[in-house]
Ligand binder design. Structure first.
Ligand code: COI
Length: 355
């Protein structure tokens, strides 16, 4: 879509929170981006408007059959004051992959990228600059046709909202405790596990509530067939370091193709670390813990960045990792990624896009 973006500015501006008060996803900026889709027209009417409610008919398809996809990416303010998006093209590609699985019409990648850049540019004063803060960008597509039959809708809205954020977990960069979940699964082969669609997150709420009640921050899901292979945490991908090897589950359709996962793997390979994208059973992780070769476990995610795992609990057994402290590679990866995001080092990989 090459149509010009129509801009309607907010007349009243909201008060911006202090960087030190930022949590995750509680405050939204003054404007949002929108575009509509109708079968006869394709995507049309790209616009930036004051942030506000969407009015939808109660019969709207998304409310009933969850035909919806989203992305999560971040913009950072560098020490030079400039604002950069982190790997936005990769997020646009993934949005379109999710779209195909959920029967949502794809967005022209150049248009989608332009929507992110133009909105963040307009809201650049909202990008916080303190360590650990960023502007979280949430592109979303929902089916808007009011129709109760089960088939792909004929109308959609694409919107992008922005939220200044701090750390995702209340623990910040402190190691989190994770419950290895046997009772519930997140995805099965052939399902929607690799799509970033709201239903995956709705399905994760009960397991997470049960884990919280038992004193854990998150859940590590096992594969839906054998309940043995480690998969992902739901809000992040997982990596384990056993001896000198870093192992992470492969992208085989049941886990999200994390952008931070991809970035971490690229950095590890550049550093000469042995990396395997392969299936790994929880039994192998436990065996490594028992013999003392399980050195580090961490999660990777846009919201979570690099999140150290201090403890895994499986069938009532507590496995404390690296004495509950942040491991070497975990710390090094976190620092390397944040340094690239905030332009403290030159971006030699083309991962950042200045807006
Ligand atoms: C992200 O890391 O951006 C996510 O989307 C995970 C979660 C906050 C839903």
């Amino acid at each position: 879509m090459s149509e010009a973006i129509r801009i309607t500015r907010a007349t009243a501006k909201k008060a911006k929170p202090k960087d030190s008060e930022l949590a995750f996803g509680t405050v939204f900026t003054d404007h949002m981006f929108l575009a509509d889709f109708q079968e006869e027209k394709g995507w049309y009417d790209p616009r930036i408007e004051p942030y506000g409610p969407l009015t939808l008919d109660p019969a709207t398809a998304v409310f009933h059959y969850a035909q919806a996809i989203f992305e999560g990416l971040k913009a950072f303010r560098g020490g030079d004051g400039k604002v950069r998006l982190f790997r936005p093209q990769k997020h646009v590609e993934r949005l379109n992959r999710s779209a195909r699985r959920i029967c949502i019409p794809e967005l022209d990648p150049d248009f989608a990228l332009r929507s992110l850049v133009e909105l963040v540019k307009l809201e650049r004063d909202w990008v916080p600059g303190s360590v650990g803060t960023s502007l979280y960008v949430r592109p979303t597509v929902i089916a808007t046709e009011p129709f109760l039959g089960v088939r792909p809708a004929r109308a959609y809205v694409y919107f992008v909202i922005l939220s200044p954020v701090g750390a995702y977990y209340p623990e910040g960069m402190n190691p989190v405790k994770i419950l290895v979940m046997e009772k519930y699964v997140r995805a099965v082969p052939g399902g929607v596990g690799e799509a970033k669609t709201g239903g995956n997150y709705a399905a994760s709420l009960l397991p997470a509530e049960e884990a919280h009640a038992a004193g854990f921050t998150q859940v590590l899901y096992l594969d839906g067939v054998h309940r043995r292979l480690i998969e992902e945490v739901g809000t992040m991908n997982i990596m384990v370091r056993i001896g000198d090897e870093v192992i992470t589950p492969p992208l085989a359709g049941t886990i999200l193709a994390g952008v931070t996962r991809d970035s971490a793997l690229a950095l590890l390979r550049e550093w000469g670390v042995a990396v395997s994208e392969r299936q790994i059973g929880i039994d192998e992780v436990i065996a490594a813990a028992r013999t003392g070769t399980l050195r580090e476990v961490w999660g990777t995610g846009t919201a979570a960045v690099i999140s150290p795992v201090g403890e895994l609990s499986y069938r009532g057994e507590r496995i404390v990792i690296n004495d509950g402290r942040i491991g070497d590679l975990t710390g090094r990866l976190y620092q390397a990624i944040v340094d690239i995001q905030c332009a403290r080092v030159p971006d030699t990989r083309g991962w950042t896009l200045e807006v």
